[in-house]
Design a protein around this ligand. Sequence first.
Ligand SMILES: [Ca+2]
Length: 242
Amino acid sequence: MKKIILILSVLLLLPLKIYGANTCLSFDGNDNVYCGLLVTGHLTTATSEAWIYPTSYPSGWGHIIQIGLWGTGGEVTLGVLLRNTGKIYVDPGGNIGGSIIPLNHWTHIAVTYNSTTIIVYVNGVWDAQYTYNQNSTSDVVSIGATRKTDTTYHEYFIGCIDEVRIYNRVISSDEVLASFKGQAVSTTGLVGEWLMQEGTGGTIADTSVNGNTGTITGASWAIIAPWIKGTQSITGIQSITF
Ligand SMILES: [Ca+2]
């Protein structure tokens, strides 16, 4: 009887572990999520942020969050990538951040721009700053790979991505730090938020006012994300290993 109860308990707990956990998406090197058109025209100010857990550096570039289309006649509004050097790379302009992003750790990335200046934050701390020249053709959003003007993909991220947010404003350094700590940040200007809490299925919900559901191609669900948004402070922790 005890054995039956134990088996039943395990069977009952398995789904709880999937659906009660903070899930994320795992990208193995040829996957992407397409979230559709963010805004008509171009964002002239923006912030992109995400938690990333790279398991391998890409051979060239691995796109984390892309706003815009890249390719013939196209250039992104704001692209946040991981380079084969382990550093954050920002498109357009080929600007590379200062910190090496560790493999098999969670790291928080935020990038802001105000039409002329890009600022890169790593784990809530200023990492690099650049002069910027925006020149996009269409502000569509892709996660995990570069979407080209012919709608094919390349430059794949390898590892996990979670809690992607896009604002149509430059969030402050205090807000970046608060987000890193899992604290609430004003939703003013929040135009895309994909928390990846579904844990199953082929889409991710956009919990911003825009409701741009993301379509998953190839990426799988994982349960290695450590906290649920806004419910747990991780003050002082720079990266987390599981
Ligand atoms: Ca999540």
